[in-house]
Design a protein around this ligand. Structure first.
Ligand SMILES: [Ca+2]
Length: 212
């Protein structure tokens, strides 16, 4: 009965929210992959070992480390226990560094998912996700040495960015890898679509005027 009441309450809360004000989270890649139409999955395994610097783009995903004096992204085989060995995208940053996944200016995806994995030592991080409609999901997570965990996020309005930074207080720099990055199609944000539509209307108006 208590459970039913809680469920009913939850339904009422959901019913009162705008339909798009959500970020759904998934901890199983199988579930995530069965719900969403996955357009690309990057295992990083076909890429040679290399240092990428503070910015890289793969499969329409922009990987970046900001606010960091010595940022580095690497493709390497440091993740021996990675979900798809040998290679991972390894993120090496300082305490202040913020690692992010975005999809280009004015672009979003319905869903994005990936594994995180530790290298070297256990640590804690803050993960921060923003949707196009302004919804925010934020949480902390910890991983043991060589443990990996899947994170999937989706929003009807579109996921705009996923950022990971160090959890203050544990005095350890961001140092982790990500692997098997899945995403749905990259689409322009609604505001971008509106601007494009307005620009299109403007062109039509100009053509009509020039014909007169
Ligand atoms: Ca891999």
């Amino acid at each position: 009965m208590v459970r039913l009441t809680a469920f009913t309450f939850m339904l009422i809360v959901i019913a009162n929210q705008p339909a798009s004000a959500f970020i759904w989270t998934y901890d199983s890649p199988a579930t995530f992959g069965s719900i969403y139409n996955i357009a690309s999955t990057n295992t990083f395994d076909s890429l040679p070992d290399q240092k990428l610097g503070s910015h890289a783009v793969f499969d329409g995903i922009f990987y970046d480390i900001a606010n960091d004096p010595i940022p580095s992204l690497w493709i390497n085989d440091i993740g021996s226990l990675a979900p798809s060995p040998p290679n991972v995208l390894f993120v090496e940053g300082s305490l202040e560094g913020i690692f992010s996944l975005t999809f280009g200016p004015g672009q979003s995806v319905e869903g994005v998912g990936f594994y995180t994995e530790t290298q070297g030592w256990p640590n804690s991080w803050i993960i921060h996700v923003e949707a196009v409609d302004g919804s925010i999901y934020q949480n902390t997570f910890s991983l043991w040495l060589d443990e990996h965990r899947f994170f999937g996020f989706a929003s009807p309005s579109g996921i705009k960015s996923v950022a990971i930074r160090d959890q203050p207080g544990d005095d350890r720099a961001i140092s982790f890898s990500i692997d098997n990055v899945m995403r749905t199609a990259v689409v322009p944000e609604p505001s971008t679509l509106l601007l494009a539509a307005l620009a299109g209307l403007g062109l039509v108006a100009m053509r009509v005027r020039s014909k007169r």
